[in-house]
Design a protein. Structure first.
Length: 452
């Protein structure tokens, strides 16, 4: 067992899944093994981080600010985009943190080249210039955006989270699939601006509505979705500000992310991939997960994590189907022909699953840990065993939706992880959750029937 963990820390070696399977076969609990693995990695591995800024004073300040991390991070510093590329050629880095506006090669060009040549590297922007007037930001190939001045705690947290999520899905098969897909979509600028307004001293719903209205394409898609029968609002929602008021900012952000990824791909070319069914399943799972979370006493923020996790739990399907249409068509055909589970066939044919790819993406985006965990393990919740949280709610809601809403009868219906629920002393709550799903299902059928 220790040999397997040691090998996993120093690639090439067995995957995390292989180590967990070995642990289960030997009667060990996977939770302690996972924790031991990550602790061992933190102590043994030195993570390579590259900072790029044309201002030497800024680089000196970063080095002083992060001095306490020198035992864990191998920090490199470059004063230009070209110098950064030269350093990367000498040895790959796991995270690059760059300014936007630099003479010669700017941050936009640098991160674009990094995305093309080193897609595994997490790309973070750290810049003092922000706002909608900076047009170049709309196309920045960055996974996360941090504004100067940035506190040491916030910067360390952003980098540490990026590394942890990278480890979470740092399996050779996942990385190979990411390489086949190409550069993963960056966090949309609209989302970043909305989040920036929410973190202001006095956030304004009116300003949030104005930010959304500046993106006419996204604004139209958002209003069309909000006015669909699924949400069931009695009045027509005519403005982004009105949508924010009705939905709440966290649900709004989840919708913006989903719409962004969805807009990147034309899925009509894939027979059997129903756009409407995908949306309805994602929206319903998010709503059910939130309600299950509230039933079990989660806080408002935790319930929002349930909703976002439920809404985004299948986002990996969009990437796999959109970027690998031929292979994914083969997956769907086998699922229907042999009545098999989708994630099982994905693993067999593609070598990874939509859950792992989705977790990779949401982690790079810097979404909250409970959301990324829910996306990663909604089919296997017992792997990161803990108490009731967003993952539990999403696991339950995903299956309840499939059982009682019957979005796509072409797929086999997954089963609850009863052992996981029993370990949490929650198996007795299944009847109450099923009743909740039945009520929601009847309401959904009524909305469809009333639709003109």
């Amino acid at each position: 067992m220790l040999t397997a963990i040691f090998c996993l820390m120093f690639r090439p070696g067995p995957s995390i899944e292989w180590v967990l399977l070995l642990a289960q076969n030997r009667g060990l609990k996977v939770g302690p093994v996972m924790r031991a693995l990550h602790v061992a990695r933190e102590f043994v591995m030195t993570r390579k981080i590259l900072f790029v800024d044309d201002d030497q004073y800024v680089l000196n300040g970063l080095e002083r600010m992060l001095w306490s991390m020198r035992g864990q991070w191998d920090m490199r510093f470059a004063r230009s985009g070209q110098e950064a590329l030269n350093l990367v050629e000498e040895g790959p880095v796991e995270v690059i943190v760059s300014d936007i506006h630099m003479p010669g090669m700017d941050g936009d060009r640098l991160l674009t080249l990094m995305a093309e040549k080193h897609p595994r590297t997490v790309r973070i922007i750290l810049s003092g210039r922000s706002g909608p007037e900076t047009a170049v930001q709309t196309a920045l190939p960055a996974h996360q955006y941090l504004s100067k001045p940035c506190s040491p705690e916030r910067l360390k947290s952003a980098i540490d989270r990026a590394l942890k999520i990278r480890d979470l899905v740092e399996d050779d098969s996942v990385q190979a699939m990411v390489a086949r897909i190409g550069s993963l979509p960056a966090l949309p600028e609209l989302y970043r601006q909305v989040t920036g307004e929410l973190s202001a001293t006095h956030p304004s719903l009116k300003r949030i509505g104005k930010i959304i209205s500046q993106d006419q394409g996204m604004c139209t898609k958002l209003l069309n979705l909000v006015n669909s029968p699924f949400f069931g609002f009695s009045r027509h929602v005519s403005s982004p500000e009105h949508a924010v008021t009705l939905l709440g900012v966290n649900i709004l952000r989840a919708l913006l992310l989903s719409l962004h990824v969805f807009s990147l791909h034309d899925l009509s070319r894939i027979p059997g991939f129903s756009v409407n069914n995908f949306w309805e399943h994602s929206l319903t799972t998010g709503k059910l997960a939130e309600k299950v979370g509230r039933m079990e006493g989660l806080s408002a923020q935790e319930a929002d994590d349930c909703y976002m996790g439920g809404l985004l739990h299948d986002v990996g399907k969009l990437l796999l189907a959109g970027q690998l249409p031929v292979q994914y068509r083969t997956v769907l055909e086998k699922v229907r022909r042999d009545n098999l589970s989708l994630h099982g066939v994905e693993l067999e044919i593609l070598g990874t699953t939509h859950a792992e790819i989705g977790a990779h993406l949401t982690g790079l985006w810097g979404l909250a840990d409970p959301v990324v965990e829910a996306v990663a393990f909604h089919h296997a919740p017992s792997v990161p065993f803990k108490g009731f949280r967003a993952l539990t709610a999403v696991h339950v809601a995903n299956i309840l939706e499939r059982k009682y809403f019957i979005v796509n009868p072409g797929y086999t219906t997954p089963d609850f992880d009863i052992q996981y629920l029993e370990d949490l002393s929650l198996a007795h709550r299944l009847p109450a959750w099923k009743n909740l799903a039945l009520k929601q299902g009847r309401a959904a059928i009524a909305r469809k029937a009333a639709q003109p």
